[in-house]
Design a protein around this ligand. Structure first.
Ligand code: ADP
Ligand code: MG
Ligand code: MG
Ligand code: MG
Length: 401
């Protein structure tokens, strides 16, 4: 079984039975493949006689995209398992436990989080998560600070940058987020009714200038170890618990890319509310909840980052330079706003969409949501380098309605 091949459910059970201290010897296990099968297989394996269960995630050697397959490195399974382990050390309780990684099979065995829901689905179902901003700001502050040159030995950091070189997955981001939406690319995927919006994007040189600067930052700014794909589909949540999954895009990049990813996905949900709420008052209320969550995420992230800097900063020159930290955080905020904008635009015009908007059944409500998301996204891209406060992002979301 050791040579790489995609596992079937029976083989997944056989592997689960070999794990030490997980299932009782001779346990009767059942396996279900629950992934969406585009990039990875995800097996849910449970004991029919006890409540014990685990997840086996196996990388596939290709990605299925618009009917075609392209080869994709299995090394991303190593990156995912190493990132999960490191994130678990830096942000205890906020990622699934990793029980085992098998390099040959590109397989990670991890904690089963089926008692949580995927946050995108939770938001679509009108749930609210009052602890989310607290949890995600801890995850962001801890993982970003302690993997940056501020929070770790600068020589060790270079070696870690090397361990997380992830060119193939980064290329997906570089193309699908920072390139294709801004030209008439074959991978683009938008509804014909908003062709005017797509064409406006393709011809907007001043917007291209801002996106090119953000793309350059994504390509060159090895600031911290990022999750790299931190949308609301990579977050498992319930009222008292948040768990971040799926860091296969992890690499050293600009901190604002992770923070912006979360904010963008909250704003995509914000753009979709007219469908998910039953009346104008509850739509407004839920939008207010989302904006408060965004404000809290940034404010709490900044406060926690300042404490980490005060207690653990390894860069003595930066510490002795008045105003350095303020300047650093202002740049992270500006990046956050710019990347959030890019992430919104690509979900409307680019290849991969979000269910929050795609699942809106009424065509004209859906079109309105798409136009709103594009309007917010573009205004954030234009704002990014000028911003000095998270309030400016919130104001853009409010004034776009
Ligand atoms: P992909 O990289 O293919 O997107 P994910 O890691 O996001 O894979 O997992 C795909 C789906 O599999 C998730 O949306 C979730 O439904 C399920 N899943 C993944 N990890 C777990 C887990 N630890 N516990 C329970 N379900 C999981
Ligand atoms: Mg998927
Ligand atoms: Mg995923
Ligand atoms: Mg993934």
């Amino acid at each position: 079984m050791s040579a790489y091949h995609p596992l079937n459910e029976k083989e997944a059970i056989e592997i689960a039975l070999t794990l030490e201290g997980v299932f009782a010897p001779g346990a009767k296990l059942v396996s279900r493949e629950i992934g969406d099968g585009n990039l990875n297989l995800v097996f849910h394996i449970s004991d029919t006689q006890s409540s014990q269960s685990i997840i086996l995630k196996q990388a596939l050697p290709y990605a299925k995209v618009v009917g075609e397959s392209w080869p994709l490195t299995l090394d991303r399974a190593r990156i995912e398992s190493e990132a999960l382990i490191l994130e678990g050390e830096l942000a205890p309780g906020l990622v699934p436990k990793v029980y085992k990684y098998d390099a040959e099979l590109a397989l990670t065995v991890m904690e089963d989080l089926s008692d949580h829901v995927i946050m995108r689905q939770g938001l679509i179902s009108n749930n609210r998560y009052p602890l989310f901003a607290e949890h995600i700001s801890t995850f962001l502050a801890q993982t970003l600070f302690f993997t940056s040159d501020l929070g770790m030995n600068q020589q060790s950091k270079k070696l870690r940058v090397r361990d997380f070189i992830n060119p193939e997955l980064c290329k997906i981001t570089e193309d699908l987020i920072f390139d294709d939406p801004y030209k008439d690319a074959e991978t683009n995927n938008f509804e014909e009714v908003i062709r005017d919006e797509a064409q406006a994007l393709w011809g907007d040189g001043s917007l291209h200038f801002e996106v090119a600067l953000l793309r350059e930052k994504f390509l060159t700014h090895a600031q911290a170890l990022l999750h790299g794909d931190l949308h609301t589909g990579s977050i498992f949540i319930k009222s008292d618990s948040t768990k971040i999954i799926d860091p296969e895009f992890a690499y050293y990049g600009p901190m604002g890319f992770d923070i912006g990813a979360i904010i963008a996905n909250l704003l995509l949900n914000y753009s979709s509310r007219e469908h998910w709420n039953s009346d104008a008052a509850s739509t407004d209320e839920y939008r207010t909840y989302l904006l408060e969550t965004i404000r809290d995420i940034w404010t709490k992230f900044e406060a926690k980052f300042r404490v980490l800097w005060a207690e653990h900063c390894e860069d003595s020159l930066a510490k002795s330079a008045p105003g350095y930290l303020d300047d650093y955080l202002r740049r992270v905020l500006q990046d956050t706003i710019g990347f959030a904008g890019c992430k919104m635009v690509r979900r409307i015009v680019g290849l991969a969409h979000v269910a929050d908007i795609d699942k809106i059944t009424d065509a004209s409500t859906r079109e309105q949501a798409q136009r709103l998301a594009l309007s917010i996204g573009k205004s954030l891209i234009r704002l990014n380098r000028r911003a000095a406060s998270i309030e400016e992002l919130i104001e853009k979301a409010q004034s776009s309605i």
